[in-house]
Design a protein around this ligand. Structure first.
Ligand code: ATP
Length: 209
């Protein structure tokens, strides 16, 4: 199985990396593709260039088996839609390999409003990363989307290429890219919120000042 974690990664930090590693290990994924977006469709544009966000991501995952930087959204012009990314991954990997789209519980709440949500579930499983002990509220739109899809064992995802939904507990690390950018903008150190290699790139490139 292959996991996919998309994001702005402006910059990547431990709040992305540790939950991704939790999923890699808990689900027995062969790899996780970390996919930086190019043109944001639901939020304001990133501060750092796509090339620097990719360089920071690559520096962050050096030496971590199973973590792969995937530049397909950066290489694709126009808005970065997860649907297009999954279509492109399916073209590369074929229709049979299980794909797991990793999303946070907050993002899951808005999932019915994403571009072609039902088609996304035809292309991949959904792994909802949640806070330990917290339940995820399902409003009527989510309930309809989830009907018959929810599974509790990672092995249930491995049996099919797509279409199932699993809630996975992950480590909570209270850091956001916004906080990192704010600290740097204030002339303060963001150290130990993100890998040192990323801190070094931020300093060398004069990012977020
Ligand atoms: P920003 O502060 O600029 O909005 P961010 O820190 O939320 O950025 P993104 O790159 O937008 O980072 O996030 C990519 C994905 O990682 C999203 O699904 C987001 O919910 C998730 N994520 C971000 N920070 C954390 C965190 N601390 N713990 C768990 N998931 C996170």
């Amino acid at each position: 199985m292959i996991g996919i974690l998309g994001g702005t990664f402006d910059p990547i930090h431990f709040g992305h990396l540790r939950p991704a590693l939790d999923c890699l290990q808990a689900l027995g994924l062969d790899e996780i593709r970390l996919v930086p977006l190019n043109v944001a469709v639901h939020r304001e544009p990133p501060v750092a260039s796509a090339m620097l966000r990719l360089a920071m991501l690559e520096a962050a995952i050096v030496g971590q088996p199973g973590f792969v930087a995937d530049a397909r959204e950066i290489e694709r012009p126009g808005g970065s839609y997860t649907y297009d990314t999954l279509i492109s991954l399916r073209a590369e990997l074929g229709g049979e390999r299980p794909l797991c789209l990793l999303i946070g519980a907050d993002a899951f709440a808005g999932f019915p409003g994403w571009h072609r949500p039902t088609d996304l579930l035809d292309l991949a499983h959904l792994v909802v990363m949640r806070r330990p002990g917290a339940s995820v509220m399902l409003d009527p739109g989510l309930q309809a989307l989830c009907a018959g899809r929810i599974r509790t064992r990672p092995g249930d995802l491995a049996e099919s290429p797509a279409g199932r939904i699993l809630f996975q507990e992950v480590t909570q690390i209270d850091v956001s890219a916004t906080r990192v950018r704010t600290l740097v903008g204030q002339g303060l150190s963001p150290r130990w919120l993100l890998p040192d290699a990323v801190v070094s790139i931020i300093a060398a490139e004069g990012l977020y000042r």
